[in-house]
Design a protein around this ligand. Structure first.
Ligand SMILES: [Zn+2]
Ligand SMILES: [Zn+2]
Length: 268
């Protein structure tokens, strides 16, 4: 766990953007639409504040949690490096064994269990231990952005006439509109991408590796299936946990797998 990762320009930028979106949603969109002290205003402010809180908690978990360190002991004795010869690999930079799905991150300068990618915006790798928090962060951020955009549209429809004669306010609202729609589309695309990856039990790295494997399989007249794709429901529970109620809870629930051994489609 490292709180020092917060001290980076991209992480501070993300927190500032979250603060800006929170401010304009409550004190501009909701206040100008129905008034912040009306019952409708209070309800919308409460729901949006709760979403913002969940985003902040998920972001904090993504930043401070270690994404997955390869255990230094008993690696060769544990059997995985011998039982499955095709997956026994050694990192040529750490000079240590790499469990399956582990990759070396050049930025972190170490191997990360089930590495997805190194994310600049959380100043950390997204790996086995913080992938769920990362997915939940993208989910709540997308919902919050779409919610804020809807509130902005309601605000513009209610006060459209009063904005027409006020050029600075009109410019500000148009800028907010472009920003919120752009952010919603970007986060929505990222969310759809990670839903696709989770449903197929793939990491981003594995997706790009699978493209080549799929092309080679097609060339030799065979069909390709990702090694760890064990069916959509099992794929989802292996990332989000077995309890559906806790799927969107931004905490790390340790899976039955430990980041070193994974069920493969041939085992099921
Ligand atoms: Zn390494
Ligand atoms: Zn990294």
């Amino acid at each position: 766990m490292s709180c020092r990762r917060f001290l980076s320009i991209p992480v501070i930028s993300v927190i500032l953007v979250m603060g800006f979106v929170y401010y304009i949603t409550l004190f501009v969109f909701i206040d100008d639409w129905v008034g912040l002290h009306s019952s409708h205003g209070k309800l919308n402010a409460f729901v949006f504040s709760f979403l913002a809180f969940l985003c902040l908690v998920s972001l904090s978990i993504c930043v401070v949690i270690d994404p997955g360190r390869v255990p230094a002991h008993d690696v060769e004795d544990s059997g995985w490096s011998h039982s499955n010869g095709t997956e026994s690999r050694k990192c040529d930079k750490c000079f240590a064994y790499k469990p399956p799905r582990t990759h070396h991150c050049r930025v972190c300068r170490r191997c990360v269990l089930k590495m997805d990618h190194h994310c600049l915006w959380i100043n950390n790798c997204v790996g086995y231990a913080n992938y769920k928090a990362f997915f939940v962060l993208v989910f709540y951020a997308t919902v919050a952005c779409i919610y804020s955009t809807v509130l902005m549209v309601c605000c513009i429809f209610t006060n459209g006439n009063s904005y027409a004669g006020n050029v600075p306010l009109k410019t500000f609202m148009v800028s907010c509109g472009v920003f919120m729609i752009g952010l919603s589309l970007t986060l929505g695309t990222l969310l759809c991408w990670h839903i696709y990856l989770i449903a197929h039990n793939m990491t981003t790295i594995e997706h790009y590796d699978s493209k080549r494997a799929s092309w080679l399989a097609r060339k030799s007249g065979q069909s390709y299936r990702h090694q760890y794709d064990i069916g959509a429901y099992k794929n989802i529970t292996s990332v989000l946990g077995p309890n559906m109620i806790k799927w969107l809870c931004p905490t790390f629930t340790r899976n039955p797998e430990d980041g070193i051994r994974f069920s493969a489609s041939r085992d099921s």
